[in-house]
Design a protein around this ligand. Structure first.
Ligand code: ADP
Ligand code: MG
Length: 252
């Protein structure tokens, strides 16, 4: 009877994962269907602003509407990135340029929040191959999380260095990127849930940023680590394999 029970368990698990996969496909389909009209709605609202003279109160209402549209768009895009992860397109990376581009995106917000930004590059860096769009988004995600953890100011530090690690057999070289903040920190019980889809402690968070980030880094053969202390701050460390060392192809 034990075998029978095990078989039943396996069949139930299979049926459950089939149902989950079907629900996922359905949700991705719906998200995609929402995105198309949303894009035209946004363009339409933008052109209205340029063409119609409005009162200050109307302008304020308009800006609220635009922000809400932006929020829907971000949620939908995050969800689609999560539901339909893209295979990375590998090319040689200019990691310093990638970091500068990401910093440029978040700098206005850092200024607003009185956050000082520091960049530390320890040359020479090893050559790394990867998808610059996906990795750029990953960096922006980490920086935005860091800023969100520092509403009353602080320091955001990005450091990059080469790291040698001894594996089972050979020595391997990694590019390590640390994104550190002096923000709220993360409670122990939350630390284990960070990478779960939809885990968020924010009123308007999607909880998908870190899930997507980890998928991206793993498809690059790399890893993500977190070190955090409540009240002191958080460091996310990304490791990407140097292209000169043998890249063990990720399992997906
Ligand atoms: P979201 O930002 O939408 O909440 P994420 O997947 O990016 O989703 O992050 C999940 C959760 O991890 C956040 O809600 C927050 O609780 C926590 N977190 C992530 N980065 C940091 C950070 N730098 N400092 C403190 N908490 C963080
Ligand atoms: Mg986030």
């Amino acid at each position: 009877h034990k075998v029978e029970a095990e078989l039943k368990g396996t069949l139930e698990a299979a049926a459950r994962s089939e149902r989950l996969a079907a629900a996922g496909r359905l949700a991705a389909g719906v998200a995609h269907e929402i995105r198309t009209p949303l894009t035209s709605l946004k363009l339409f609202l933008q052109s209205v602003q340029e063409e119609v003279a409005v009162s200050p109160e109307q302008r304020e209402d308009y800006q609220i509407a635009m922000r809400q549209v932006g929020r829907i768009e971000t949620t939908i895009n995050h969800f689609l990135d999560f539901a339909r992860p893209q295979q990375p397109v590998f090319g040689s990376l200019d990691i310093v340029a990638l970091i500068d581009d990401a910093l440029e995106v978040v700098q206005p917000r850092a200024n607003q929040q009185d956050v000082q930004v520091h960049k530390r590059i320890a040359q020479p860096l090893p050559p790394v191959e990867g998808d610059s769009r996906q990795l750029g988004e990953a960096l922006v995600n980490l920086m935005v999380n860091a800023l969100e953890a520092m509403p009353d100011g602080g320091e955001l530090t990005i450091s990059v260095e080469s790291e040698a690690a001894k594996g089972d057999s050979a020595q391997s070289v990694w590019l390590r990127i640390d994104v550190s903040d002096t923000g709220t920190g993360i409670r122990d019980e939350d630390l284990q849930r960070l990478f779960e889809p939809f885990f968020t402690t924010k009123a308007t968070g999607s909880g998908l940023g870190l899930t997507i980030l980890r998928g991206t880094i793993e498809r690059h053969g790399g890893s993500v680590n977190v070190d955090s202390r409540v009240g002191a701050g958080t460091t996310f460390s990304l490791r990407l394999p140097a292209s000169s060392s043998n890249r063990t192809t990720a399992s997906e």
